[in-house]
Design a protein around this ligand. Structure first.
Ligand SMILES: Nc1ncnc2c1ncn2[C@@H]1O[C@H](COP(=O)(O)OP(=O)(O)OP(=O)(O)O)[C@@H](O)[C@H]1O
Ligand SMILES: [Mg+2]
Length: 405
């Protein structure tokens, strides 16, 4: 991994000014922002409505150009193709195709990343299990509840096994179980070396999972640092103990009085359990009683492909050569053909060309399916629709290089 990977994200003197129709400055959404995000941390960007969070995210994703300053992702510009392959994004509102179902949606995004059919199917199935939508996987997304749409939005953001995951309001709209799962998943991915950058208004969630936070106000940075450091009440001491009787409490009060010289320095109360724990207990009980629900179910642990290293370099080449050889219908193995077309290509370029070629020459899913696995009828029916959408998206991606504004 390149040395710059320790700094996954750098925001340098970033300013974004939105202008009106006549080119006059209308809103300074971000104003001279500086921050770094390191590999393997969960970083939270907070701030009131309209303070510039989503604008920063859109610049990090290369969807908007900065007016001044710069953003570096893995040491490069955010619009670099290799950078985009390593980033996953869950927007604050999912704009997914409402007539596609969960499987088709993930297949569509898998194709945008030019994943091979077998890999797309494996990842789609693992991610649908992970976000608890197995039973709803054939329903069009237009029929999903808000929280179910968030869940499929998360699955979509993970289809390319990103190293940097950007989440705009990840727990908003989720039920407490979904929120718990989302938080656990974020922490699991962090522990596996992935970097998570999130925006949120849910301060309890932020406090629980973020290593460092930045608070924006009017596009400017007002606070930045490790959560524990920023929140520590330096002038207080907290002691937790099993339930104590009246005489023990009296003795402690005497000690505190002597140490502080104050009569009112101690406060005694029974701690309450977090509502989240209580809620999860009630739902768990309903599940044990097998009460049915048409909504989202409990998700599984993080999908396996997100946790292990992906095949790289030689391994990937080998896999692609094998895939080419499996395609009996193709006149020549894919890898040989592609390699001879670009004899002086560097490793990276070659792999990219091979991936592209493998995607281009892909045969119908049935022919590369593992033995025994059935194709859902809906997948076949909608394949032409997805093909069209993928083509459109690729064409748009290639044509709109200058379209961000
Ligand atoms: N495309 C745009 N054109 C003009 N102004 C914009 C545009 N996008 C955002 N803004 C303005 O920039 C400011 C910051 O907006 P932004 O969406 O970044 O805020 P936010 O912190 O994400 O807010 P929220 O918490 O409500 O999601 C707002 O005043 C907003 O109206
Ligand atoms: Mg926003």
């Amino acid at each position: 991994m390149p040395a710059t990977d320790s700094k996954v994200l750098e925001v340098i003197e970033l300013t974004k000014v939105f202008r009106d129709f006549w080119g006059r400055e209308s809103v300074k959404a971000v104003n001279g922002l500086n921050l770094d995000v390191k590999r393997g941390e969960v970083f939270g960007l907070l701030g009131p409505n309209g303070s510039g969070k989503t604008t920063v995210v859109r610049i990090i994703l290369g969807l908007l150009f900065p007016t001044r300053g710069a953003v570096r992702v893995f040491g490069r510009g955010p619009r670099n193709v290799d950078v985009k392959k390593r980033v996953g994004y869950m927007p604050e509102e999912s704009h997914l195709y409402s007539y596609l179902n969960a499987e088709e949606t993930l297949d569509f995004f898998g194709r945008l990343f030019r994943l091979r059919a077998g890999e797309r199917r494996r990842r789609t199935s693992a991610l649908i299990d992970m976000v608890g939508l197995k039973r709803a996987r054939k329903r069009p997304l237009g029929q999903y509840s808000k929280g179910m749409a968030r869940r499929i939005g998360l699955a979509q953001a993970l289809i390319n096994d990103p190293d940097l995951l950007i989440l705009d309001e990840p727990t908003t709209g989720l039920d407490p179980i979904g929120a718990r799962e989302m938080k656990d998943l974020i922490l699991t991915l962090r522990d596996r070396g992935k970097t998570i950058f999130l925006c949120s208004h849910l301060l309890g969630d932020v406090e629980e999972i973020c290593d460092r936070i930045c608070i924006l106000y009017g596009g400017r940075r007002r606070a930045l640092g490790p959560v524990e450091e920023l929140l520590a009440a330096q002038d207080m001491t907290q002691i937790r103990a099993p339930r104590l009787d009246q005489s023990a409490l009296q003795q402690i009060a005497d000690v505190v009085r002597r140490a502080t010289g104050r009569d009112d320095a101690i406060e005694v109360s029974t701690p309450t359990r977090p509502l989240e724990d209580y809620f999860l207990g009630v739902v768990e009980e309903a599940r044990r009683e097998r009460i049915s629900t048409p909504g989202a179910e409990a998700g599984t642990a993080a999908a396996g492909f997100l946790l292990g290293p992906e095949p790289e370099g030689e391994e990937l080449l080998e896999e692609l050569v094998q895939a080419g050889q499996e395609q009996d219908a193709a006149p020549e193995p894919v890898a040989v053909e592609a390699a001879s077309a670009i004899p002086v290509a560097q490793d990276d370029e070659l792999i990219e060309a091979l991936v592209r070629r493998a995607a281009d020459t892909e045969v119908e899913p049935q022919t590369v399916e593992e033995p025994g696995a059935a194709i859902a009828p809906e997948t076949v029916v909608r394949k032409d629709v997805i093909d069209e959408l993928v083509d459109e998206a690729h064409e748009a991606g290639e044509a709109d290089e200058d379209e961000v504004s």
